[in-house]
Design a protein around this ligand. Structure first.
Ligand code: NAD
Ligand code: AKB
Length: 318
């Protein structure tokens, strides 16, 4: 990666990945893009920023051409819960956006990184330690776009030689930008509520396991995979990766070690609960470990300690 363009750069991942890549590759070599220009955003104000709606292929093409981009990191998307509220929009943004990015990449000879998700699996996938190559019959529109996206990226690699690479992220936990409407969002909200109100009402039921990951590991995955020797990659789109698997009561117990008064209650949202139940409890990430050295640093205990410390500072809570 020498000249990188990021779509959806104002989102949960993009807002941190932009800053991370600017540090690694130089401010002048990372072009962040999004659909708005928010005030006070370091993504917009501390480097190159362009307005790009990924549903408009010409907007992607002109930014790529203008900045002589060689790698597109495509993050603009609608997530699982918002996708179920408006499945047509989710299809148009997720598939239309990816198709436009791949076409621009083909014409302008760019590499492409785009994340898939645990949502690419469904109820008839293996539930525990879901293998890299398994049945993929998801039951959400978000999941349908993720499997279709994986296939489309494989197709562009095989048919046109585009260097497409991707990972299946689990739920991501971070303190910089709130998540954008997913099923795993409870595992971020819980830290805010624990610090502000010492209680949390979970919309996901006790006993519901999902894979999760702390943002620093998620950022490292992008760099490691995109810098990996292509001859070592047997898979491309997309690698299972994970850092931990837990249910709501486990994160609550970990928070209680730092905030003993913390109390957890449950008010289960049937839509998001059904989505969670259709996803794996945990993934087998051995292919990523073998093919490009995936090795996450954070577990539930170290992530919780860091999240609470960073959020205390951000929210100015003693
Ligand atoms: P997010 O919702 O926080 O950010 C997505 C950004 O895309 C938002 O800023 C949104 O405004 C923007 N966007 C939407 N439509 C757009 C359009 N037409 N043109 C340009 N921008 C548009 O999402 P995120 O969490 O940063 O996720 C990024 C990618 O990672 C997505 O593909 C998502 O499916 C995937 N992923 C995320 C997670 C997670 O837990 N965050 C887990 C698995 C996979
Ligand atoms: C969501 O919950 O939709 C995302 C994801 C796991 O893809 N966080």
């Amino acid at each position: 990666m020498k000249k990188i363009l990021i779509t959806g750069a104002l989102g949960q991942i993009g807002s941190e990945l932009t800053v991370h890549l600017r540090k690694l590759y130089g401010v002048e070599n990372v072009v962040a893009t999004g659909r708005r220009i928010p005030k006070g955003s370091s993504v917009v104000e501390d480097g190159i920023y362009e307005l790009v709606d990924v549903e408009q292929a010409n907007e992607i093409a002109s930014a790529v051409k203008k900045h002589k981009i060689d790698t597109i990191i495509h993050l603009a998307a609608m997530l699982s819960a918002t996708g179920e509220k408006d499945p047509v929009k989710a299809w148009n943004v997720n598939m239309g956006g990816l198709f436009n990015v791949l076409e621009v990449a083909r014409e302008m000879k760019c590499a492409v990184f785009t994340p898939s998700s645990i949502a690419a699996f469904g109820p008839n996938s293996q539930k525990v330690k879901t293998p890299q190559d398994d049945i993929q019959r998801p039951t959400t529109m978000y999941g349908v776009t993720k499997v279709s996206g994986e296939l489309l990226c494989d197709y562009y690699h095989k048919r046109f030689g585009v260097d497409t690479r991707g990972v299946r992220y689990p739920g991501l936990i971070s303190y910089e930008t709130l998540p954008g409407g997913g099923t795993t969002d409870y595992a971020v909200h819980i830290y805010y509520e624990a610090l502000k109100n010492k209680k949390y009402n979970s919309f996901i039921a006790e006993g519901t396991y999902m894979d999760m990951m702390y943002m620093p590991d998620a950022l490292e995955a992008v760099v490691k995979l995109m810098e990996a020797d292509p001859s070592k990659l047997k898979h491309r789109n997309a690698f299972n990766i994970t850092a931990m698997s837990f249910a709501p009561e486990h994160i609550a117990a970990e928070i209680k070690k730092h905030i003993p008064e913390f109390e957890m209650s449950y008010d289960v949202d049937p839509v998001r609960q059904a989505i969670a139940e259709s996803w794996p409890d945990s993934l087998d990430d051995s292919a990523a470990r073998e093919e490009w050295g995936w090795d996450p640093k954070y577990d539930l205990a170290s992530m919780t300690a860091d999240m609470l410390a960073k959020l205390r500072e951000k929210l100015n809570i003693k």
